[in-house]
Design a protein around this ligand. Structure first.
Ligand code: AMP
Length: 297
């Protein structure tokens, strides 16, 4: 595996691969890699000739007062994981490489931003102003640098996945976006780099988020199609578990993310809660599998 900090060197390396007609797969991450990231990497390594992983804690997707400075970073361990998983190239740019106008290591404003307006003011977009365009902007930049044929994203960050799919389609980027199912702990908690912030007291409560969504899944499987009923059932499980800081519980169209009152056939059920200083998000698909979802988008 080769490691790159500079854009021109990575480009030279990847241009040579493209000349050999090799299919390049790309997994963008913020590092502190866990089994969720590894699932994306394994899928890419299986489906592509060469896999590129980027590790970049992207300042423009963090809001003021969020955890940019404290975000977990462990490059030595991440590098070992990528090497073991058969990654061809690891791209670890400094903030100044991605944002030449940046002031030191601090959050930088990108002069040009990519927006997906339909998704920016709802759910994660509403809770974290600027976050979603921070993600689409950095992914557009990384896509232009890496020029992958396929790019891998987790279902865990569902709205981000849909925003990237929309951006790629709307801007005619020649990239297939591949969604990968959420990897969970045995008790259901979705893996996240930020789970390390959970204290031993908070950890059992965090499980209630996936349990609540599972209850929604159970009701849907039993025939419930009223979105309010599903939202209330999810809320009940969360509140009973002592999770009262609920940011949203939503039932939405899985492609547009528009709120649904009634589920005709398929939906995505999403929730965001706060536990102490930590914000947890999770989602489940109802009436549609991730593979069907990929085909129909
Ligand atoms: P992050 O490093 O948190 O920006 O995540 C990088 C990629 O890994 C994104 O596409 C995430 O959706 C994905 N990811 C994070 N956690 C999980 C998980 N538990 N299961 C599957 N994919 C994940």
């Amino acid at each position: 595996m080769r490691s790159f900090q500079q854009i021109p060197e990575l480009r030279t390396h990847l241009n040579a691969l493209r000349e050999e007609k090799l299919v390049i797969g790309f997994v963008p991450t913020m590092g502190a890699l866990h089994d969720g990231h590894i699932a994306l990497i394994r899928r890419a390594v299986t489906e592509c000739d060469r896999t590129v992983v980027s590790i970049f804690v992207n300042p423009i997707q963090f809001g003021p007062g969020e955890d940019f400075d404290r975000y977990p970073r462990d490059l030595a361990q991440d590098s070992r994981i990528c090497q073991e998983e058969g990654v061809d190239a690891l791209f670890v740019p400094a903030v100044g490489e991605m944002f030449p106008s940046a002031d030191g290591d601090g959050p930088a404003e990108s002069p040009t931003r990519v927006h997906v307006p339909a998704l920016e003011d709802i759910l994660e977009g509403a809770a974290r102003p600027g976050h979603l365009s921070g993600v689409t902007t950095i992914c557009a930049k990384l896509f232009n640098i890496v020029q992958p044929r396929r790019a891998y994203f987790g279902q865990k960050d569902y709205q981000q996945l849909i925003a990237i799919q929309r951006m790629v389609a709307d801007l005619c980027m020649p990239i297939t976006v591949v969604p990968v199912a959420t990897v969970r702990e045995p008790d259901g908690l979705a893996l996240s780099s930020r789970n390390v912030y959970l204290s031993p007291e908070e950890r059992p409560r965090a499980v209630a988020l996936s349990a609540a969504l599972k209850e929604g899944e159970r009701l849907y499987a039993a025939g419930e199609r009223n979105a309010d009923t599903l939202r209330e059932a999810v809320r009940d499980v969360l509140v009973r578990a002592g999770l009262s800081a609920i940011e949203y519980i939503e039932v939405a169209d899985p492609r547009t993310m528009v709120r649904l009152n009634h589920i005709d056939d398929e939906a995505v059920l999403l929730a965001a809660v706060r536990i102490g200083a930590l914000r947890l998000i999770d989602n489940v698909l109802l009436g549609i599998t991730l593979n069907q979802h990929l085909r129909r988008l």
